[in-house]
Each structure stands twice: as C-alpha cells, then as structure tokens.
Design a protein around this ligand. Sequence first.
Ligand code: ISJ
Length: 184
Amino acid sequence: MPHAALAHPPRWLTAAQLHPAPCAAVRDWLFDQGSLTRRLTALSNDAFSITPLEEGWQTLRADECAALGIPAGSQGWVREVYLRGHGEIWVFARSVAARSALEGSGLDLHQLGSRSLGELLFSDRAFDRGAIEVTRYPAPLLPAEVRDDRLWGRRSCFSRGELGVLVAEIFLPGLWREAGIEAL
Ligand SMILES: C=C(O[C@@H]1C=C(C(=O)O)C=C[C@H]1O)C(=O)O
C-alpha cells in the first residue's frame, strides 16, 4: 500500500453533507447518474478516448474496502485510466473490485484496455448504481502529471449481487474549461 494512500484517505460526502456546495453547473456533473463515457463522448463530439494507466491486482485502500464491505487490506482488481477529449486529459478514473467477488463473477475486467468500463456496467441491466459521493480528491493520490489540490472527485458503486465495482472519477481542469465552468 503506497504511503500516500495511508496518509491521505479521501473523505467522501453525500450531496447533503456538502457545505459549501459547489455551483449548480459543477453539481450537475458530479451527481449525473448517466454514463460519463457517453457525456464526454457528446462533449467532445466523438473525439473521446480512454488511456489505461494501471491494471492489476493490488491491496485496496481502506476507504475502498469500507465502501465494498470487505476487510481492510483486501486484494482487488484496480483499473486506473485517463478519459480524454480531443486527446486532452479530462478525467482520472480509478475503479476497483474485490478479488473474492470478481473470481467466478464472469465479469472480465482484465481485457478492457482502452474500451470503456462504463459500456460494460451500463449495458448489463443487472448492475445497480449506488449513491454518488463526492470529495476534494487528495493530490497525492493522483498521477504526478495531473496532481492538483482541491479537484472534485466522485465515486459510486455498481452492484450486481455480491459483486461491487467501485468507480471513482476525478474531474480535471481541462474538462471544466471545455464545459465552460468555473469549478471552484
Ligand atoms: C462508469 C463509467 O465508466 C467510465 C469508464 C471508465 C474506464 O473505462 O475505466 C472509468 C470511469 C468511468 O467514467 C461511465 O462511463 O460512466
């Protein structure tokens, strides 16, 4: 477990706990229940792409284990990607699922590569999306090239029976510029 993960756990908040709340335009993105892939594809006029950064078995972070309802220190599949519009990095995403639940689930995250995880989750009607929580994502948990303070992040868990896929998406300045939003 990298030191940063131990020293900087995100504090995930519900919409009701957000004080002060971000502006309506930011909230519209943070709490949008639809597929972010589809929304970014539209915003980029189909110039959308996904860059896989990291995919593999890791020890999941304490906040991730708690959200998935598994013991601290559990192993899970981790997928970190950039979501890009016109080649510009707009979102950093980290999706995790418990090894114990994945094995035997039939959900194969290993071969995704540059295809969207969202297309898997939104095309299988058996997945239910849980409540969206938000945070100011700790900079040390971001890849160095996009590291910045106070970036808005959101997470939600897509559940299918015992399997949960926890998807966290951190919105980067390039997205807010493209959307014409001043995200304070
Ligand atoms: C959940 C979705 O999937 C998106 C695709 C991801 C991926 O391919 O790893 C990660 C985060 C999501 O923004 C979505 O499109 O809403």
